[in-house]
Unconditional design. Structure first.
Length: 125
């Protein structure tokens, strides 16, 4: 075993351990955080950083699969935030429709935006 292979093995194991630890902490955050948005944040971090650590570790340990792992990593980087945003938007809409008294939540800033009744391209004066 030469020096470069030893360094590659150590780097691969480091990234695998990083991915596993980050995934564990993300699952712990999902179980322990108080509200839905915080839990969604924790799950989004697991989806990107935890899996990316595992992918990088696999690329170091299996150089023949590095291109496949790169393609998977690019897909995860672009699709993870889109999925988290879609889930958060759905949660926000559900909170708005399940509010029987019409009260605006304290952290909601979108309720202060007034929609214009003017046709598109024309502004109210």
């Amino acid at each position: 075993m030469d020096v470069l292979e030893t360094i590659r093995l150590i780097a691969g194991l480091f990234f695998l351990v990083f991915g596993v630890v980050f995934s564990f902490l993300g699952v712990f955050g999902i179980l322990r955080l108080p509200d839905t948005y915080s839990r969604l944040h924790a799950s989004g971090k697991v989806g990107t950083l935890g899996v990316m650590g595992l992918c990088i570790g696999c690329a170091f340990l299996m150089p023949g699969a590095a291109l496949k792992v790169l393609a998977l990593s690019i897909f995860l980087v672009f699709s993870g935030p889109v999925g988290s945003h879609a889930i958060a938007a759905g949660i926000h809409r559900a909170e708005q429709t399940n509010n029987p008294h019409g009260e605006v939540p304290v952290a909601d800033t979108s309720a202060t935006v007034k929609q214009s009744s003017a046709p598109v391209g024309q502004h109210n004066k």
